[in-house]
Design a protein around this ligand. Structure first.
Ligand code: SF4
Length: 488
């Protein structure tokens, strides 16, 4: 969600005449798009702002803006603790950023502005997409749930749903520009439609995505087990371009803890959903989020979590050690679990998951996989002479691109191309495919990627999702934005 907001911020600023600072050059503008969910988020923000102070003093015209969830939470604190910040804005008024920067420059004083309700649905703002082959598409913002560990509802407000037609128009515009893959985004995609009174709106949306020419991969995040209904499973199974992967947050395998978390499902319901998904989509890779050490979690509760993990056979999991998030109901609960106990349980959970993920991935040895080649997925690719991407089930695949290393095939695959290859090795977190690829399909998405990488190859800004036409590339402006070279 935040990554997509950053694309909107970049798009807005480019439309206002800013352009990205070249590497190594000190920019004229730095925007922090903050996240309050991360541990010690405030400390890290103030630490970064502190490190920027000397740079700011040395570059009088440089501006610093802070937005996102943490800005919404800290509000006036930011300009009090870091008076060299020029603009602070909230989650509901991203669109005001260029105006606030301008006002701060003219008035020579910090501008702090928040809206209590969403001013403009972020998708109506222009975007500078990070990837031409894979795109985020918001279907809703905010959340009507009240999970006791989560700060999102108080910072993002109640759920607001976009109209299906607007979403589909945005997806069509993206595929026309070459995108092969979209990920539908919402804090709880399964409650999509609640605002306009259609409980089956999400499954209908998935089926509609199946009718879009050129759209090869549809993903979504995050579903909520409480609202995950059979019509969604059926739509996933019936719609070929909806990928066989599902990220289903568990959080805890103990009914007592789920109740304390105010997660309105229980372990049996959770496991029944997984069974049903696997009945309809046998090769679905299911991933999850788990919190260890929520207040009041006993050894027995934790064993319940391990038990669900054993039964669920996850393909991978994001695991979190519970720690207090100020402003959440759980922060003031009695029975906070001592840090060393949390750590010991966390280590056991991670060890179990490693074992299960190793076994699940090993089942794919020898399987044929279709990989959407991606940029930045394989940190060791240069050293190993491999490329990387995602299989249909979203597993990470490091593959040999063909020819003789390093990458001297006549036409090596590009990010956005589709490579079909055979798995020759597995590890807990990835698959290896070290044989000659069975095929490399060159795509329009990769053409778009190549265009973007070519000298002067700026691609048009994504048009606003309410229609309109794509704007031409922004000509070089007067102002640079980005992260400066800061010596610590
Ligand atoms: Fe937070 Fe729960 Fe809403 Fe997810 S469903 S955003 S965890 S309140």
């Amino acid at each position: 969600m935040n990554a997509h907001d950053s694309e909107r911020v970049a798009g807005l600023l480019e439309e206002a005449g800013y352009r990205k600072a070249p590497d190594g050059e000190t920019p004229d503008l730095i925007v922090f798009n903050t996240c309050a969910v991360r541990e010690n988020a405030a400390d890290r923000l103030y630490g970064n702002l502190g490190h920027l102070l000397p740079t700011k003093k040395a570059h009088k015209n440089m501006q610093i803006a802070v937005g996102g969830c943490l800005a919404q939470m800290e509000r006036d604190q930011i300009t009090r603790r870091a008076p060299w910040v020029d603009v602070v804005y909230g989650t509901h008024n991203i669109g005001a950023l260029p105006k606030l920067l301008e006002r701060a420059r003219i008035k020579e004083e910090a501008q702090v502005e928040f809206e209590e309700t969403l001013a403009t649905f972020p998708s109506l703002l222009p975007a500078r997409r990070q990837s031409p082959y894979s795109a985020w598409v918001s279907i809703s913002v905010g959340c009507n749930n009240t999970c006791t560990f989560c700060i999102v509802p108080s910072l993002r407000g109640r759920e607001k749903d976009r109209r299906p037609g607007d979403i589909l128009d945005e997806i069509k515009a993206l595929t026309n520009d070459g995108a092969l893959e979209v990920t539908l985004l919402g804090q709880n995609v399964n409650s999509y439609g609640a605002e306009f009174g259609d409980r089956t709106a999400f499954s209908k949306l998935l089926r509609k995505c199946g009718e879009i020419d050129g759209l090869e991969r549809v993903r979504f995040t995050s579903p909520h087990p409480r609202d995950f209904t059979d019509d969604v499973i059926e739509a996933m199974a019936d719609t070929p371009n909806v990928m066989p992967s599902l990220h289903m947050p568990l959080q805890s395998g103990s009914d007592t803890i789920l109740r304390a978390m105010r997660r309105a499902y229980r372990r049996d319901r959770y496991l029944a959903i997984l069974d049903n998904v696997r009945r309809h989509i046998p090769h679905a890779a299911i991933t999850t989020d788990i919190i260890v050490g929520f207040p009041g979690e006993t050894a027995r509760d934790f064993e319940d979590t391990l038990d669900v993990v054993r039964q669920a056979r996850f393909a991978s999991a994001f695991t979190f050690r519970y720690s207090i998030r100020p402003g959440t109901p759980a922060a003031t609960m009695d029975d906070q679990v001592p840090a060393e106990v949390v750590q010991e349980r966390y280590d056991r959970l991670v060890a179990l998951l490693e074992e299960i993920c190793t076994e699940e991935n090993a089942k794919l040895d020898g399987a044929t996989v279709e990989v959407l080649v991606a940029e930045g997925e394989g940190r060791k690719d240069a050293a190993t002479h491999r490329m990387s991407g995602r299989a249909k089930d979203n597993r990470l695949v490091h593959f040999y691109p063909g020819g003789t290393p390093p990458l001297d095939t006549p036409v090596p695959p590009r990010p956005g191309d589709i490579v079909t290859t055979v798995v020759t090795g597995t590890a807990p977190h990835y698959l290896l495919a070290d044989g000659e690829p069975l095929s490399v399909r060159r795509t329009r998405a990769a053409d778009a990627w190549e265009l973007r990488c070519s000298p002067g190859g700026a691609t048009p800004l994504d048009p606003p999702a309410n229609g309109g036409t794509a704007r031409p590339p922004v000509p070089p402006g007067q102002v640079l934005l980005g992260m400066p070279v800061v010596r610590r």
